[in-house]
Design a protein around this ligand. Structure first.
Ligand code: CMP
Length: 140
């Protein structure tokens, strides 16, 4: 069993596809181990995306991530990191495969509805960034 952090970003919440996104993950065998709806402070968003600090899109990405409520989730399952990324599709919706969340719902490379951790170390960091052990449940 593996855990990964997924975020339904402010555009996904505005589009009212929270249930649709979670359903796609659940249908692929993922279980929600933790979940909350919240807003991020600018500092939280900046620190979360600090690896992109030097990229030209960084400030715009931070503005977008603080633009409204989002849903933070820990998803658990076999090969969860890889599987969640497959279900999300490519970062750029124009390149996302048919039937993926981003192909179906995303408007742009920035407003791309969902986030999923990209590797084991980032998954461990990102899940503990937003959730304590008391908020997380093993569903296996
Ligand atoms: P995410 O998977 O959360 O990881 C970093 C985020 O930065 C990405 O999704 C997009 O929301 C955003 N992003 C990545 N590349 C670009 C880009 N070229 N222009 C604007 N935003 C980007």
């Amino acid at each position: 069993m593996e855990q990964t952090l997924s975020i339904i970003k402010p555009d996904g919440v505005k589009k009212n596809v929270i249930g649709e996104v979670i359903l796609r993950f659940e249908k692929a065998g993922m279980r929600v181990a933790a979940i909350k709806m919240t807003t991020l402070t600018r500092r939280q968003a900046e620190a979360f995306y600090v690896v992109h600090k030097e990229r030209p899109f960084y400030q715009s990405l931070v503005d977008f991530m603080v633009s409204g409520p989002l849903v933070l989730m820990i998803l658990e399952g076999k090969d969860a990191i890889k599987k969640v990324r497959e279900i999300m599709g490519a970062t750029n919706p124009a390149e996302a495969a048919e039937g993926t969340i981003r192909k179906d719902f995303a408007d742009s490379i920035e407003a791309n509805v969902v986030h999923g951790s990209d590797a084991t170390d980032t998954a461990a960091y990102e899940t503990s960034y937003f959730f304590s052990v008391f908020e997380t449940f093993n569903r296996g």
